[in-house]
Every structure is written in C-alpha cells, then in structure tokens.
Design a protein around this ligand. Structure first.
Ligand code: HEC
Ligand code: HEC
Ligand code: HEC
Ligand code: HEC
Ligand code: HEC
Length: 390
C-alpha cells in the first residue's frame, strides 16, 4: 500500500495531460528552463557534474548546499518508497522535483527502457548544482555581481551564461508550487509561490532568494532551522486578567515569513500551556494544547484542520488559570515538528509492515523524522504576576 505516492501519481498524470503549464513547470516553465526531465546535454562528462567537482572552484557554495536539504532530497525517505525499475512512472513523478536530471533516472521517461546515461552517484546528489545550473552543455548563473572576485589562477573550465531568471521567485516555483488539480478542501497542497505573490513581499519584489539565499549564499534554510524560524515569527505573552479570572495569552505573529507559516502540510507547530508548582512539578489536568499547521490524513484525502498563519497575521492562544496554587507558575511552550506528516506516514508503514517499502531505508527515514522536533520558545510566568493590576 502506497497511499500518498499513488494519489500524487494519479494527480500528476491527470494534470500533465489537462494542464500543459504544469507539465512544463508552470509559470517557471515559460522560459523552458525547467522543462523536465532536465537535459544537461552531452558536452560535459557526467563526472564533471558531481557537486564535488564544482566544489574544486566553488567551495563555499558547495559547503552551504551540503548543509541544506536540497543535498538530501534523494534520501532514505524518498528511496524507501520507490522501485524505479518495477514502477518507473511513480519514480518519475517524484524525480520531477527530487532528482530531475535525465541522467538521474534509471529509466527513460515515458518508456520502460533502461537509461544508458543513468548515474547512481548523481541521482543520490538530489537537487544538486547541475540541476539548477547546467543546461545543454553550458553552465548558467545569475548576472555576475563581482566578476573579478574569483581567486587569481582559477580559470573556469566552463562557459558561463547569465540569466536574470536566477534572481526571480519563478525559478523556485518550478518545485515549490503545484497547480490546479492538486488540491484538498479547495486549497492547493503546495502553494508557496502563490502565497508569496499575493503577499506584500511578492508585491514589493522581495524574492525567495532574498530570504533563503542571502548574499547569494546557498543556505536554503527553512522550517528545520530554529534560527530561521525565529527570524520570521514574533512571539509575545500578555496578561489577560478579567474579573476574578487570571490568565495569559500567547500570540504568534508571522512577522517575516514570505508565505504562510508554515507553508506546507508537513510541519506542525504545537503550543502548550500548563501550570507547575513551586517545586517545578507539572500539575495534572492543567495542560492545554493547540496546533498551527495544516494537518492532513495519510492518504491526503482529508484535511483535519488548517490554522497556518498568513503573512502579517497572528494566532492567539488563551490560557485561563482555573486553580491557582501558591508559588506556582504558568508555562508556555512552543515546539516545532518539521516532519510531522512524514513521521506519521513512516510510522504507519512500519506498523503495517508495508511490503512496498524498502525496510532499511524506511527505518532510517523513521529515525530521521522522529528526532527533528525542537523547542522554539518557552516562558514561565509566576502566577502572582498575573494577579498584578494591568
Ligand atoms: C576549474 C574551476 C571551476 C569548476 C570545476 C567549476 N567552475 Fe563555475 N566558475 C568558475 C569561475 C572561475 C567562474 C567565474 C568566471 C566566469 O563567470 O566564467 C565560474 C562561474 C560560475 C557561475 C556563475 C556564473 C554567473 O554568470 O554568475 C556558476 C553558476 C558556476 N560557475 C557553476 C558551476 C557549477 C554548477 C560547476 C560544476 C558543474 C562549476 N561551476 C564548476 C570556475 C569553475
Ligand atoms: C535549488 C537551485 C540551486 C542549487 C541546487 C544550486 N544553486 Fe547555485 N545559484 C542558484 C541561484 C538561484 C543563484 C542566484 C541567487 C541570486 O542571485 O540571488 C545561484 C548562484 C550561484 C553562483 C553565483 C554566485 C555569485 O556570488 O555570483 C554560483 C557560483 C553557484 N550558484 C554555484 C553553485 C554550486 C557550485 C552548487 C552546488 C554545490 C549550486 N550552485 C547549487 C540556485 C542553485
Ligand atoms: C528541482 C526542484 C527544486 C527547485 C528548483 C528548488 N527546490 Fe527547494 N526543495 C526541493 C525539494 C525536493 C526539497 C525537499 C528536500 C528534502 O527534504 O528531501 C526542497 C527544500 C527546500 C527548503 C527546505 C525546507 C525545509 O523543510 O526546511 C527550502 C527553504 C527551499 N527548498 C527553498 C528553495 C528556494 C528558495 C528555491 C529557489 C532558489 C528552491 N528551493 C528551488 C526542490 C527544489
Ligand atoms: C512539486 C515538487 C515535488 C514532487 C512532485 C514531490 N515532492 Fe517530495 N518534497 C517536495 C518538497 C518541496 C519537500 C520538502 C517540504 C516538505 O517536507 O513537504 C518534499 C519532501 C518530501 C519528503 C520528506 C523529506 C525527505 O526527503 O525524506 C519525502 C519522503 C518526499 N518528499 C517524497 C516524495 C515522493 C515519494 C514523491 C512522489 C510520489 C514526491 N515526494 C514528489 C517536493 C516534491
Ligand atoms: C520575507 C522572507 C521570505 C520570503 C520572501 C520567502 N520565504 Fe520561505 N521561509 C521564510 C522563513 C522565515 C521560513 C521559516 C518559517 C516557516 O517554515 O514558515 C521559511 C520557510 C520556507 C520553507 C520551509 C517549509 C515550510 O513548511 O515552511 C520553504 C520550502 C520555503 N520557505 C520556500 C520559499 C519559496 C519557494 C519562496 C518564494 C516563492 C519563499 N520561501 C519566500 C522566509 C521567507
């Protein structure tokens, strides 16, 4: 049983036929740059496309990319679900974003024939340098900001062709936006580019690159990085005493995320409020919880809730203290689970001994996604301070 895969696959196929824009990468494909599978041409040798080869002259970009998730996109979570030889269509639908080069695919797209130019190592490099920079034997990049800035003595062994497209949000939309048909409860499953475009950032030309590649650095930090998340949200706590009641409110504002916080259905942000006594023990029955995110069920057929925060909007969490204790405190905690959906998905596959999944990869994926949660915010307020006049 491969519920998610199958549904995405069905959608992809019905879509490629119905919406040629999607097949060509939507708006981004207007230039043809993101036509898939991506052809790198025959001028360069396959080895010269390995990120380690680019690193010889572009070490900083390599190290940043290596520390980011694009370098891990052909990881165990993806590989566990695929059997490219037996089911090339499913694999192809995923490689579309996770490893889109012709040479990254075992099978020739649309045919069941083995691909003679397939390279395993390049496949495992996922969304690597060549995926974004190499087309038809040439290396493409943004207009140079600093033409003389390379170390003297290092000569490019490639011709570089400059494209303004690299500085546009449409460049990222190729994989961070889906189009009509991929929806659930009337909303697209991946809608980052459109969310951005409608926001103040889209209107003022603050691009994905401005926030995710500051100074052209290849950091691509997102929900998995606590500092990145802190840079995009403001968390405030205020007293809410009313009559005899005492309490407090936690407010999370999307103050600097260029799209919904979070944009995908995969993460979940969990807010908790609870009381502790003077010794720090949690008082039973005082815990209250709320979640921010778009929670969907495992086969993507149902949306359970959607509490994501649009740019410049806030989410409020109220806590009323029902039984004040002497010397006690009210504690607020905000936890981020970047892989909540996939963790649930992998757990379910392990539990059901899903025969369609590769066991070793599945266990590794389960382990990776089980440990990725982190504490974003914590504050303890003495109850006596809640009683002070406002
Ligand atoms: C032998 C050293 C060397 C290797 C290997 C190399 N490059 Fe370069 N690259 C350079 C130099 C030098 C420049 C700057 C001069 C120029 O623009 O031609 C450059 C420029 C670039 C640019 C900027 C182009 C622009 O217009 O702003 C990109 C992007 C790029 N390389 C990507 C890559 C990728 C991807 C690889 C691996 C497939 C790679 N390079 C391999 C030396 C190298
Ligand atoms: C997901 C797509 C993506 C991947 C993967 C990627 N790059 Fe880039 N790269 C870009 C974009 C977009 C820019 C331009 C950013 C901008 O102008 O704000 C860029 C810019 C560059 C530049 C020009 C830097 C400058 O200061 O002018 C070089 C060189 C480069 N990349 C090399 C690499 C190398 C080497 C790798 C692999 C280790 C790599 N890139 C991986 C998208 C990518
Ligand atoms: C060829 C497809 C492709 C392109 C183009 C692409 N991405 Fe990605 N991106 C992915 C995939 C696939 C992942 C997930 C990798 C994983 O976790 O396995 C990802 C992950 C990310 C993440 C990390 C999300 C997290 O959960 O923390 C960020 C941030 C990101 N991309 C930003 C960008 C930006 C900005 C651009 C444009 C400069 C871009 N991407 C272009 C495919 C792409
Ligand atoms: C439209 C682009 C796109 C397509 C098509 C796509 N993915 Fe992804 N995938 C992403 C992005 C972006 C992320 C990171 C954000 C997230 O976690 O949702 C991701 C994350 C993942 C992850 C979690 C991170 C990891 O690497 O373990 C898995 C597993 C995954 N995708 C599997 C698949 C499978 C299987 C398919 C094919 C049925 C597929 N994806 C098709 C873009 C895509
Ligand atoms: C104004 C800054 C800003 C802009 C513009 C921006 N982002 Fe983000 N992005 C963030 C911050 C901060 C986070 C971390 C919080 C979060 O996950 O929502 C993030 C998170 C992400 C993630 C992680 C997944 C998730 O569920 O949140 C992806 C993928 C991503 N951005 C892609 C993009 C793409 C693609 C664009 C352009 C269409 C873009 N971003 C524009 C600031 C920005």
């Amino acid at each position: 049983m491969r519920p998610v895969t199958l549904r995405i696959l069905a959608l992809l196929f019905s879509l490629a036929a119905a919406f040629p824009a999607f097949a060509a990468g939507g708006e981004a494909g207007a230039t043809g740059y993101w036509k898939r599978p991506v052809n790198v041409g025959s001028v360069m040798s396959i080895e010269s496309l390995y990120p380690e080869k680019c690193a010889k002259c572009h070490l900083s970009q390599y190290e940043e990319w290596k520390g980011a998730l694009h370098s891990k996109s052909a990881g165990p979570g993806l590989l566990a679900q695929l059997d490219p030889k037996a089911d090339p269509q499913t694999a192809g639908s995923c490689y579309y974003c996770h490893a889109p080069l012709v040479v990254q695919s075992e099978v020739i797209a649309g045919e069941n024939a083995p691909n003679g130019s397939f390279d395993e190592k390049l496949k495992l490099s996922g969304v690597s340098c060549a995926v974004c920079h190499v087309r038809d034997g040439g290396v493409f990049g943004p207009a140079s900001l600093n033409p003389g800035g390379f170390k003297i003595g290092v000569k490019a062994d490639h011709v570089s062709l400059q494209k303004e497209f690299f500085e546009k949000a449409e460049f990222c939309a190729a994989c961070h936006q889906l189009y009509e048909g991929f929806d659930l409860n009337g909303k697209l499953l991946v809608n980052t580019y459109a969310e951005w475009k409608e926001s103040e950032y889209g209107k003022n030309g603050v691009t994905c690159q401005n926030c995710h590649m500051p100074g052209r650095r290849h950091l691509f930090r997102g929900i998995h990085d606590p500092e990145m998340v802190k840079s995009g949200v403001k968390i405030e706590v205020e007293r809410t005493a009313q009559g005899a009641h005492i309490g407090a409110k936690l407010r999370i504002t999307n103050s600097g995320v260029g799209h919904y916080f979070p944009t995908y259905a995969t993460p979940l942000v969990v807010i908790k409020g609870f009381l502790i006594d003077a010794k720090g023990n949690v008082l039973r029955g005082t815990s209250k919880e709320a979640s921010i995110g778009r929670k969907v069920n495992l086969d993507l057929s149902k949306e359970i809730f959607d509490t994501r925060i649009a740019p410049h909007k806030s989410y409020e969490f109220d806590y009323v203290v029902k039984r004040p204790v002497k010397g006690g405190m009210l504690v607020f905690e905000v936890m981020v689970f970047p892989d909540e959906f996939y963790n649930r998905f992998f757990k379910n596959a392990v539990k059901n001994h899903d025969p369609a999944m590769k066991k070793a990869e599945l266990e590794e994926a389960l382990k990776n996604t089980s440990g990725s949660g982190y504490l974003l915010f914590k504050k303890a307020i003495p109850l006596k301070d809640l009683r002070a006049p406002l």
